[in-house]
Unconditional design. Structure first.
Length: 264
């Protein structure tokens, strides 16, 4: 796919062009976000791999999500089961020394973020970022950090694109080639597009990324699971909601992302 900024023309169809986007004004944190029990949010850094989820203020709308488990702020979708289950798989399949007693929840402008090689953010269509958070995101990516963006689709890409263009001026969102190292860093994923999204299956999943200096031969700084929700498979992998083979494939993506982030 030729490098270029993305505009959503139709569902699943992308065309190149200049996006005219403005950031949403920051909204006050919702009561739901303030009230959410944050398990082990203040774990001290000790050098072990620790799952880090980015918390943000929600823009317009309620920004609440829920599926059989009550309503939660958008940034907490699939929390904490997704990361709890994922960490178990990391421990069982790799030699990575993994913190198993919880995950960290940090705001993007928290200096603690820079201690961790990989961060995760979800439902970014609702992400109302502050100037400080945008500046910190750009610094994090350019200093070697790796970003996973999950569970967003359709025109939700506009808000993410606006944030990323402010964070890394001049960047281009590109489709990640199927033969990229990230799909072969631990598990060999022959066809990334064989894993269909667990929900909203009318959308075609696309793996997008940010490359250092907009050069696909250089370091991939972020992977964007557009039109997909890989952590949904993680969250319910022990519930029987989805076929085991699909959940296993979803874990392969997560492990590959982690290995790539820690080796590049």
């Amino acid at each position: 796919m030729k490098a270029g900024l993305l505009l959503l023309a139709t569902v699943g169809a992308l065309v190149l062009g200049e996006a005219t986007l403005t950031l949403r004004p920051m909204a006050p944190a919702t009561e739901a976000a303030a009230a959410l029990p944050v398990r082990q949010a203040d774990i001290p850094y000790d050098g072990r791999y620790t799952f880090v989820r980015i918390q943000y203020d929600v823009g317009s709308g309620s920004g609440l999500r829920g599926f059989g488990r009550g309503r939660e702020p958008s940034w907490a979708h699939d929390y904490p089961r997704a990361e709890t289950n994922f960490d178990k798989i990391v421990k069982e399949t790799t030699y990575i020394d993994t913190f198993m007693d919880g995950s960290r929840i940090l705001r993007m402008d928290d200096p603690e973020v820079f201690k961790y090689p990989l961060i995760y953010v979800v439902e970014v269509g609702d992400w109302s970022a502050t100037r400080a958070e945008i500046t910190a995101l750009g610094a994090y990516l350019q200093k070697g950090g790796f970003l996973i963006v999950d569970d967003f689709r359709g025109n939700q890409i506009y808000q993410l694109e606006a944030i990323l263009r402010e964070a890394v001026p001049g960047m281009q969102i590109m489709e990640v080639p199927v033969d990229h190292d990230i799909f072969d860093s631990f598990f060999h994923i022959d066809d990334p597009y064989a894993l269909q999204p667990p929900t909203f299956q009318q959308y075609r999943p696309i793996y997008l990324g940010l490359f250092e200096d907009n050069d696909p031969e250089k370091r991939l700084m972020a992977i964007l699971n557009y039109n997909n929700d890989i952590a949904e498979y993680w969250e319910y992998s022990d519930f029987g909601y989805y076929p085991i083979n699909l959940s296993n494939e979803a874990y392969k993506f997560g492990i590959n992302y982690l290995i790539y982030a820690m080796t590049h």
